[in-house]
Ligand binder design. Structure first.
Ligand code: SAM
Length: 375
């Protein structure tokens, strides 16, 4: 038996109010137990946060290998770290959200994603490639679940049932997959003027362009001839999402090379497709990474950043500060961090402290764009 209380979130952000597992993990494992034990070779885990689901399921499959997809790189690393710390003999393969993940699967344990598009992409993939008798056991915290989730699952499965809530979590069980007849709906694409945005379901803002991102794009375009931008040869789009900032910059500055990096699988896969769709794939490398940690220190002339200010459901500034630290590490002295943030967050002091002298490039009713020069 896995002792869930031993699990940690590390290397994800840790704080007293942030947990490494919740009642949904236990409910999913209890609900799916019979099916998992009956089909140990056909078990797939999707959306596991920090390893509770995969390690719990591995306890039931007698050494069989699980297939696992976690959008966040920190989740993958936490699963591995927890397996090692607990001395668990679990076997699993981490896979992208692609057909091999779910081919012929008999049981899918799913921590429901927050977004309906993310759920739609997962459900579409499972329905198209899993065994016809697959059972999808999808759970979440009741406060994060909406009736629309039943509808999304219902588009891809003939039977969707809601279980009773337990400790404020609930499970939806979907069976009778109906594979669509046409091309997959995901990833999706949309044109915005000169830019095409391609998005997987879990990517931030989907195929639209976030208002904060727009504010940063406008500020970048207003100062496109300034030396810090015009002469930037090595650019990092940090926390790139669908890669809007990196692709736009590459289009506007034909000599620049961009690394678009994010810890989300959906983001990196989307950024790669966005770069291809805009004809800049030769100069934009998409890389899954934690705050750019695998890139050399001092290697960037310019970092573009629209940081998140939510961690999962809990409001927490930890990630933004981690990305400021990452930007400071990546920039060469004199290099610039262009950052957009909700004005009420007052990040300026943190940027001054972490990166260097910071000026305001633009300010609207909601957003502030700052330029920090690496000291
Ligand atoms: C507000 S979104 C911005 C996305 C994109 N730059 C845009 O403007 O549309 C923030 C992004 O940061 C990413 N992110 C969060 N934590 C990260 C980390 N530790 N390392 C890299 N990226 C991270 C999220 O996955 C998300 O895509």
């Amino acid at each position: 038996m896995i002792d869930f209380d031993q699990l940690r979130r590390w290397p994800d952000v840790e704080a007293p109010e942030l947990v490494a597992y919740d009642a949904t993990d236990r409910l999913l494992l209890d609900t799916a137990r019979e099916a998992v034990v009956a089909h140990p070779d056909g078990v797939v885990v999707i959306g596991d946060r920090h390893g509770a689901l995969a390690l719990g399921a591995s306890d039931l499959v007698d050494g069989a290998e699980l297939r696992v997809h976690q959008d966040a790189l920190s989740g993958e690393l936490a699963l591995a770290a927890n397996a090692e710390a607990l001395g668990v003999e679990a076997r699993w393969r981490s896979l992208p959200l692609e057909p091999d993940l779910v081919a012929d699967a008999r049981v899918v344990l799913l921590q429901l994603p927050r977004g309906l598009d993310a759920l739609d992409e997962i459900a579409e993939l499972v329905a198209a490639h899993a065994h016809p008798d697959v059972v999808v056991v999808a759970g979440g915290r009741v406060k994060h679940m909406t009736i629309a989730m039943n509808g999304v699952l219902g588009r891809h499965f003939g039977d969707v049932r809601a279980g009773l809530a337990r400790q404020k979590s609930r499970v939806l069980t979907a069976t009778s997959p109906s594979p669509g007849s046409g091309d997959p709906a995901w990833p999706q694409r949309r044109r915005h003027g000169d830019l095409v945005v391609v998005a997987h379901g879990a990517a931030f803002a989907g195929t639209s362009i976030d208002v904060g991102t727009r504010a940063l794009l406008a500020a970048l375009s207003a100062e496109a001839d300034a030396p810090g931008l015009a002469q930037a040869a090595h650019v990092v789009d940090l926390g790139c999402g669908t890669g809007v900032l990196g692709a736009s910059f590459a289009l506007a500055h034909p000599a620049a090379r961009v690394v678009a990096t994010d810890q989300s699988w959906a983001a990196v896969a989307s950024a790669r497709l966005t770069a291809e769709a805009n004809g800049v794939a030769g100069r934009v490398e998409a890389r899954r990474d934690d705050a750019g940690a695998s890139l050399p220190a001092g290697s960037a002339d310019l970092v573009l950043l629209n940081p998140p200010f939510h961690v999962g459901a809990a409001v927490h500034a930890g990630i933004a500060h981690k990305l400021f630290d990452g930007a400071a590490r990546l920039l060469r002295p004199g290099g610039e961090l262009w950052c957009v943030w909700n004005s009420h967050l007052g990040y300026r002091a943190a940027l001054e402290r972490t990166v260097g002298p910071t000026r305001q490039a633009a300010r609207g009713p909601k957003f502030t764009v700052t330029v920090s020069t690496r000291r």
